[in-house]
Design a protein around this ligand. Structure first.
Ligand SMILES: [Zn+2]
Ligand SMILES: [Zn+2]
Length: 375
């Protein structure tokens, strides 16, 4: 029975794994979800789409509230290198962040509760574009979501470094505030042998990168934590031409909204100073932003209490991480908990070789079925 259940879950996960799609392009994935939901008993189930996502509402028998579960849907622009027989069918795209797992677990819960009516209402949110360009914020603001807005909300993320059977979380901040960072420098180029007639954007960008290093060292409290990383730099056209443009690309991470704002203000201040001292134009683009994931203290305490007493999983208190997750936007508005699910893979999230252990699927479904009933 359990074996058969596990195989059904694995088959569903493999089907989703083969069709990874980019944010707001999850049309095949959406069709797969809708097909699965349409096959469920419809006695107390309602559903609708939102862009390439789906919202599934299950009426409780005597509801006092609505409990939500969110699964993200998008894959990543990565060429899969697992060599698995059920590898991605979409060239250059891969479910390398476990969103195929998150959806499979969500669908199994929909199937279960469409047969076994829950006490309270349930909302299952299949959310597009977690990796980018950002699905959580517009979804939260949509009429479709607001009509069924939950009173508390849960989500999980696979954790390759934790063994199968492990569930981990912590109260308060779990994931960092993150922001992309793109900075363009534009000045007057010129002949390499006439530096006095030009403004050199390679020198300018180099100074700027060095200056950025002082932000974490000098502007963030030593008791707080933050990261400013520049991962890419490019500029100029040729070895004997003074560059008229340069671009740096990076990311900012912080453990409080306050320090994120402070870091951005410092970068903007440095940009104005650089324009003045290097006679150029500096433009800043923050790209995709993620709000911190902050677990509600009371709900996390209840979650941990339940997890401790649940026999099918081992609970661990974990540390906070500098990764980003747009589930944080939900938790800004709705109290809830995000947690890690151990899937024991030698390769990490966003790796082309990520190979999560499918035995974690039934652990999560069994756990969440009982947990949701306990709410
Ligand atoms: Zn990811
Ligand atoms: Zn993810």
């Amino acid at each position: 029975m359990e074996q058969e259940f596990q195989e059904r879950l694995a088959a569903r996960r493999r089907a989703l794994h083969q069709i990874p799609e980019a944010g707001f392009k999850e049309t095949k994935t959406q069709a797969y979800i809708l097909e699965t939901v349409a096959a469920c008993p419809q006695d107390f189930l309602h559903y609708k789409t939102w862009k390439t996502g789906a919202l599934i509402f299950i009426e409780g028998s005597n509801p006092a509230k609505t409990v939500g579960y969110r699964a993200d849907m998008d894959g990543l622009p990565i060429s899969e290198e697992t060599g698995l027989p059920f590898s991605s069918h979409h060239e250059g795209m891969m479910h390398a962040c476990g969103h195929d797992f998150h959806m499979t677990i969500g669908l199994a819960l929909v199937e279960y509760f469409s047969v076994h009516q829950p006490l309270h209402n349930l909302l299952f949110v299949f959310q597009p574009a977690e990796e980018g360009p950002g699905g959580a914020e517009p979804l939260l603001a949509s009429d479709e979501f607001r009509a069924w807005k939950p009173d508390e909300m849960y989500a999980l993320h696979i954790a390759p470094e934790l063994p199968v059977g492990t569930i981990a979380t912590k109260p308060g901040i779990l994931f960092a505030n993150t922001s992309e960072l793109f900075i363009d420098f534009k000045g007057k180029g010129g002949h390499a042998a006439y530096p006095h007639t030009a403004e050199d954007m390679v020198v300018t960008a180099s100074h700027f990168v060095t200056q950025l290093q002082t932000i974490v060292a000098r502007n963030v409290s030593p008791l707080d934590s933050a990261v400013v990383t520049i991962g890419k730099i490019e500029g100029g056209t040729k070895q004997n031409i003074i560059a008229e443009q340069a671009r740096i690309e990076g990311t900012i991470r912080s453990l409080s909204i306050d320090s994120m704002n402070r870091i951005k203000a410092r970068i903007e201040g440095m940009a104005r100073g650089t324009e003045e001292s290097f006679k150029c134009k500096v433009s800043i683009d923050y790209g995709a932003n993620y709000c911190q994931v902050y677990n509600n203290e009371d709900l996390t305490e209840a979650f941990i209490q339940f997890a401790d007493s649940f026999e099918g999983a081992a609970f661990r208190l974990c540390d906070k991480a500098m990764t980003g997750e747009d589930f944080g936007y939900f938790l800004e508005e709705i109290p809830g908990v995000m947690f890690w699910l151990g899937v024991d893979s030698d390769y990490g999230l966003h790796s082309s070789k990520l190979d999560p252990d499918e035995n974690a699927l039934s652990v999560a479904v069994n756990y969440l079925t009982e947990f949701i009933k306990s709410r």
